[in-house]
Design a protein around this ligand. Sequence first.
Ligand code: MRU
Length: 352
Amino acid sequence: MISKLDNYETVVLSRDKCVIEIIDQTLLPRETKVITLKTREEIYEAIKKLRVRGAPAIGVCAALGVYVCALHSTAEDFYADVASAAGYIRSSRPTAVNLMWAVDRMMAVAEKNKALGRSDFIAVLLEEAERIYTEDIECCRKIGENGLSLLSEGDGILTHCNAGRLATVKYGTATAPMYLGHERGYDFKVYCDETRPLLQGARLTATELMAAGLDVTLLCDNMSGALMRTGRINAVIVGCDRVAANGDTANKIGTSMVAALAARYGIPFYVAAPTSTIDMSTPGGDDIKIEEREPLEVTEMWYESPMAPEGVKVFNPAFDVTDSELITAFITEKGVVYPPFADNFRELFDKE
Ligand code: MRU
C-alpha cells in the first residue's frame, strides 16, 4: 500500500475536467481510494469529514468546487446559483483561512465576469481554479527551498499533524524542506507526533514520508518532551491553518504544546506558511475561530469499543493557537520571516 500512494493526487480535476478527484484520507493508511466529488453537498461533506484536509488542499478543493458547481448548474439564475454553492462550500470548516481565501478569489473572478455568456463564464472560473492549483505547487516548492536553508545535513526534525503532500497539491508545506533535503541527500531523521485525536501524524505524515523513502519515527503526542530532552531534535517544523497579523498561529491541536516545549529546550520552532494562510484581517490569535469537533473522536474513534465512560464531557477543539513569541520564524514562499512579525508581514505583502 505505502509505495502506491505516489501514484495518486491529493486533489485534482478529473481528466475530462468534470469532477474533482481526491484521495479519501479517512481511509488511510488502510486503503488508498480515490473518490469523485461533483455536487456542492459532496464537496462540503468531503471537507467537513476530512476526506480532504489540510489548509491548502481544502482551498484548492473549494476553488475547483466552485468551478465544478458552475459547470453542472442548470439553474435559471446561473450566477446566483454559483454564488450560493460557493457560500455553502465556504462554510464547511471555520478555521483554515485558505478555504475562504480560495472561494473569495473564485467569486471575485465570477463577479467581474458575470456579464459573460455561460460557457465563457465557466471557462474563466476553470482558469482561476487551475491557477490556484498550480500556484500551490510552486508555493510549496519555494517553501521547501527557503526551509532547507535553515537546516543542516543529518538534522532531526519534529513535525506535528500532517502538513505534507496530503495537505496540499504536492510537497506539502512543513514537509517540503524534508522532501527537498531527501532529494539532495541530507539524510534527515524525521519524527512525527501521532496527533490525537484524528491521528493525522500516524495515518498520513508517517505514511507519505515512508512512501517517499524518508527516515521516519512515530511517537505519541505526550512523548515529544522526552525526545527533545535527548538532544535529537534540531528543529520543529509545523504547518498552519491561519496566521493572524501579529504572528499568533492556529494549527492542529497540540501544536502550542510542542512550541512551548521547543522553547524550553532551545529548539527553533518554524511555521511553514504560504502567504495565503496569513490573514492580515485577523488581528490576533483570540480572533481566530477554532473548530470544535464531535466528542466521539476522543472517546471511541479508532478503538474497538469506547475508551471512556458513556456520557463523559469532552473537550475537542481541532486547533489551538501558538503565541507568536514561541515562533522562531515563518517559512513562506517569499522568504523566511523573523520577528517583529506584524511589521515584517506588512513588508512582505507590500512587496507584491
Ligand atoms: O484538521 P486538519 O487535518 O485539516 O488539520 C490540518 C493542520 O492542522 C495542518 O497542519 C494545516 O492545515 C497545515 S497543512 C499544510
